[in-house]
Design a protein around this ligand. Sequence first.
Ligand code: 13P
Ligand code: SF4
Length: 323
Amino acid sequence: MTSPTSISSSYDRLRHVMPKAEWLSHAADVQAILELKRRRNAVILAHNYQAPEIFHGVADIVGDSLALARRAIEVDAEVIVLAGVHFMAETVKLLNPEKTVLIPNMDAGCSLAESITPADVALLRQAHPGMPVITYVNTSAAVKAASDICCTSGNAKKIVESLGVPKVLMVPDEYLAQNVARETHVEIIAWHGHCEVHELFSAKDVRDLREAHPGVTVLAHPECPPDVVAEADFVGSTAVMSDYVGNNKPARVVLLTECSMSDNIAIENPDVEFIRPCNLCPHMKQITLKNIRAALEENRNEVTVDPAIAQRARTAVERMLAI
Ligand code: 13P
Ligand code: SF4
């Protein structure tokens, strides 16, 4: 949340999801990071999957991939630390070429981003001449540069329909593409990438959850397989799920997504019972308070984008943001 000012007032927000002793074990790093942010004129952007001590303890801006990209443009700071995965940091750098962008751990990747290369996109274009390529933001800058426009899980249908064509290529998330295809008349040709977190959920999981927890509201991320989405009550990006819980206050809810989501939302919704069969993203969990602190102290892990691809990648992201 925005600039927490003291360790103890921050703990009031966290008491539902973390024992005080655990929070106090983070206190020295939190205090050091708050001071470093002031000293270096830095802000921390954190994705919704970051652990609560990061999300609620030190982040200035939090959100889904779309919100982080949008808010990155407005940031008035010299240094931006991206608490999330590498493709998100690259997107922030594309939109802020003059700023120093740091990622606390360079190894924080993504199974979707790793599933496709620019050469794959070139082959797809050869196989489907003239068809526009929509690239999910969960890709490298080089893949974005090879595409026409980006999308996130929060705007994918809108982007597909904005192009005014009957057929599009949408890479690399096969399940996101199939889930969007069910909602539109535009024909979508997909790639075979999957999110290693969301692909683990099954339709049987949803049925078992409903049997074990009668009345539970099931929210699914669109990176889940289509049969999971079909059994869910509601589907949306991490920000859309968060808004759904905040606006509808279901008595019991399960979020079929990464584990930290429920923790972060539970803090805002103490009266909602969260059932928690979740999957950890090993990449998101590479980010810790300790490596955020080290990145700021030592200006470690600066993210750069090859100028030869940056302009084309930026254009694909900016086209998305304009819609
Ligand atoms: P959103 O926050 O855009 O829904 O993305 C989810 C995700 O898996 C990011 O890596
Ligand atoms: Fe990638 Fe999935 Fe992890 Fe998001 S949750 S970073 S899509 S592997």
